[in-house]
Structure formats: structure tokens, C-alpha cells
Design a protein around this ligand. Structure first.
Ligand code: ADP
Ligand code: NI
Length: 194
């Protein structure tokens, strides 16, 4: 995997940005999204430099964590590391296209945006997706049983929303794993008939 100088520096930047944050939007999530994105990028017609930095910085200005405007955190990093204005715009466009709320549910217009969106969605699936769901619920003071609904409301729908073929393949596997988990959950929590 490509880990040139600016990639390394972006990793260090988000490590310090997310320090102390454990709600599932942190450093580890961003690294996994980056890894997913680079894997998807191999089979897509795209600019991998843009994909790489957009993936690493995709939550750097998340409104739930930061009160920044106009991708200020991402832009500060990109400016300080000599990224051209044009490339910084492409990176921020991709980042802004990822978020469902900012993009009003539209499919991102660029290949790079579609790839990072898929990469972010993949991290809501599978074993990691299950762990994040309960971590999120717990963080909001909810017991595990209250988070089960989230699988049906959102997570089980994601495999049919992927933009790229590669992400669809990976999503399929992770989807099956979640269904297996839910079957086991039902089995273990079913109240025996009396
Ligand atoms: P993103 O903005 O990165 O798509 P969200 O903020 O929607 O992610 O969610 C972060 C994580 O918390 C995801 O894994 C998501 O599935 C989970 N999550 C979001 N909403 C809920 C909820 N109501 N109950 C349980 N888990 C949730
Ligand atoms: Ni994310």
C-alpha cells in the first residue's frame, strides 16, 4: 500500500486530531476507511492520491466532533503540506460528497467521492460494524437490545447502496456475517414458551 510522505503525515495529523475520541469516528475508523478505499481504488478509474487523502481526512471536519466550517481542518493540513488549491478542492469535494446529510443522499459525482463513500459505508458493516453499533448505543446510554433495530433500519440496507463492484463484493460478505450474528442473537434471546 502506498505510504509516501504526505500519507504518513496525514496519518499523524488525524492521530492527533482524534486523540481521546472513542465514539467510533476516531483514528482507527479513519485508518480502516483509508485501507478500504485504497483497496477499492485498485479496480476503479480514479486518482489514488486524491482517494488516499480524502479517505484519511473524511471525518476531520465531522460536525459531530468539530465546529469547523468549510473543511477547515482538512484544508489547514493540505495547505501546510503544499497540496495545490486545485487538488485540495478535489479532496474536499470528495469528503463532502461522502456524508449522507451534506450530500442529501445523492450519489457522489466523482469517482474519488464514490470510492470514499463506499469505504466509509463498509466500516459500518461486518464485525467492525457490529462493534461500532453497540459502542454508539452504549455511548448514548442505551443497552445492547436497543441497538438491534439499527441493523434493520440502516445497516442491512447498505449492501445495495454501494457504488463500486469491489465494495459490493466485500459488503455482501459482511452482510452475511451480520445476518448470522442476528440469527444467533435471536436464538440466545428468545424467551422459551411456557
Ligand atoms: P457516519 O457518519 O460515519 O456514517 P454515523 O455517525 O451515522 O456514521 O455512525 C457511526 C457509527 O455508529 C456507525 O457504525 C453507525 O452504524 C453507528 N450508529 C449510528 N446511529 C446509530 C444508532 N441509532 N444506533 C446504533 N448505532 C448507530
Ligand atoms: Ni466515517
Amino acid at each position: 500500500m502506498q505510504t509516501d510522505r504526505i500519507t504518513q503525515e496525514a496519518i499523524e495529523y488525524i492521530r492527533s486530531l482524534f486523540r481521546g475520541n472513542a465514539d467510533g469516528h476516531g483514528f482507527d475508523h479513519s485508518l480502516r476507511v483509508w485501507r478500504n478505499a485504497m483497496m477499492i481504488a485498485e479496480s476503479e478509474d480514479c486518482d489514488p492520491r486524491i482517494v488516499s487523502l480524502a479517505a484519511l481526512l473524511h471525518d476531520a471536519d465531522d460536525y459531530k466532533l468539530f465546529a469547523t466550517e468549510n473543511n477547515a481542518n482538512a484544508r489547514q493540513f493540505l495547505d501546510a503540506h503544499g497540496v495545490t488549491r486545485e487538488d485540495a478542492d478535489r479532496i474536499c469535494d470528495a469528503v463532502n460528497a461522502v456524508s449522507f446529510s451534506k450530500n442529501r443522499g445523492k450519489c457522489p459525482e466523482t469517482a474519488e467521492g464514490r470510492i470514499v463513500q463506499d469505504a466509509d459505508r463498509l466500516d459500518a458493516l461486518g464485525a467492525v460494524g457490529i462493534a461500532r453499533t453497540f459502542a454508539f448505543g452504549g455511548g448514548h446510554g442505551r443497552p445492547p437490545e436497543d441497538s438491534i433495530g439499527h441493523f434493520h433500519e440502516k445497516l442491512l440496507l447498505l449492501k445495495d447502496m454501494m457504488n463500486t463492484e469491489k465494495a459490493r463484493e466485500i459488503a455482501e460478505e459482511r452482510h452475511e456475517f451480520m445476518e448470522e450474528f442476528l440469527r444467533e442473537w435471536d436464538k440466545e434471546t428468545k424467551i422459551p414458551e411456557t
